[in-house]
Design a protein around this ligand. Structure first.
Ligand code: SF4
Length: 338
């Protein structure tokens, strides 16, 4: 039997053979809309609860849980059935609770500054493994309501599109999350962006840009050689025209590499015509990349330079640096314990 969130309605029907037909919907809603384990579905007879609990095991087993920021940041390292390790981070803010979800175990994109990239690609996550990360965050966030999901954890979501998109649809249709609060990140896989533009749900897109000229980006984000900036910006413009959603550019600030005045000018020239919002992330230390992040004063200067050039930029609060849960750091812990 598949795992709890990999089971389809058809799988549930098979498991519930002999039960009244409405049970399938009852269990599906229990898992997705009420987000409770079968054992807690008190509307079901006790024997059935036990049967379901045993037949639908969770896919995610906690290998480690770390808490920081006074309990406002919780990071899980999960062990999957085949031993693969992935991470999920839940972040509480004053006005929202956001979960950062992984889409692959490891990543093949090989961005040099990223801990996940340094460790290489292991395998695609299934739709159920992606959805279950959200379900576990919903449960843990209570009594707060999980409002936002960002696919910015381990992996490149567009490189696992066929499993990621059904997961997004389930978060929206079955778990009741608003499309406005769902964000897919990409390092710039143009065919994926074009596919996303053709979907019905208008989700947000965050492009991990990090460099605004091809020479530097080829170096930092190797997939740029296949999908250079001109093609990427065309795809972003078409996405905006089709969806009218918010587009953001992620920019990991690295001292002396992409934090100079010239970098701000090049970035503004790309962001302004698209009305893109820029999220600045001072790079966190990772084991395999020696260059440090931009210091706070330089981060402010870069943000102000963008502002003066007509681009809205926010400095991303660096959540969870003490537990290796900040952007570009996922997988660092996993590497240490394997
Ligand atoms: S930055 Fe994103 S796309 Fe690049 S290696 Fe890391 S996880 Fe993969």
């Amino acid at each position: 039997m598949p795992s709890r969130y990999d089971a389809t309605r058809e799988d549930l029907a098979e498991l519930l053979a002999g039960e009244p037909a409405f049970r399938v919907r009852q269990v599906w809603d229990g898992l997705h809309s009420r987000v409770v384990a079968p054992a807690a579905m008190t509307e079901l007879p006790a024997a059935l609860r036990t049967h379901l609990d045993e037949s639908l095991p969770p896919a995610l087993v906690v290998a480690r849980e770390s808490i920081s920021d006074d309990g406002d940041t919780i990071k899980w390292l999960w062990r999957l059935h085949d031993g693969a390790l992935v991470e999920t981070v839940l972040m509480h803010y004053a006005d929202r609770s956001t979960v950062c979800v992984s889409s692959q175990a490891g990543c093949a994109m090989a961005c040099g500054f990223c801990a996940t990239g340094q460790a290489g690609f292991e395998r695609q996550l299934t739709t159920g493994e992606i959805v279950e990360q959200v379900a576990r965050a919903v449960e843990r966030a209570r009594p707060r309501r999980l409002s936002n999901v960002v696919l910015m954890g381990m992996g490149e979501p567009m490189a696992n599109y066929d499993r990621v998109w059904p997961a997004i649809v389930r978060m929206h249709d079955d778990m009741g999350l608003s499309a406005r609060h769902l964000t897919i990140s990409t390092v710039g896989i143009v065919p994926g962006i074009r596919r996303l533009a053709g979907e019905d749900l208008p989700v947000n897109m965050a492009v991990s840009l990090h460099a605004a000229n091809d020479t530097l980006r080829d170096e930092m984000v190797p997939i740029n050689k296949r999908y250079p900036l001109a093609d990427l910006m065309d795809a972003c413009a078409d996405y905006l025209a089709a969806k009218g959603r918010r587009l953001s550019f992620e920019w990991a600030l690295i001292a002396g590499v992409n934090d100079r005045g010239r970098d701000a000018e090049e970035l503004a020239a790309l962001a302004r015509p698209l009305g893109a919002h820029v999220n600045l992330i001072p790079l966190n230390p990772t084991p395999g990349y020696a260059t440090p992040g931009t210091p706070p004063e330089g981060v402010r200067r870069f943000r102000d330079a963008l502002g003066a050039l007509g681009v809205n930029a926010t400095v991303r609060q660096n959540r969870g640096t003490e537990i290796d849960a900040a952007c570009g750091q996922l997988r660092a812990t996993a590497v240490q314990i394997t």
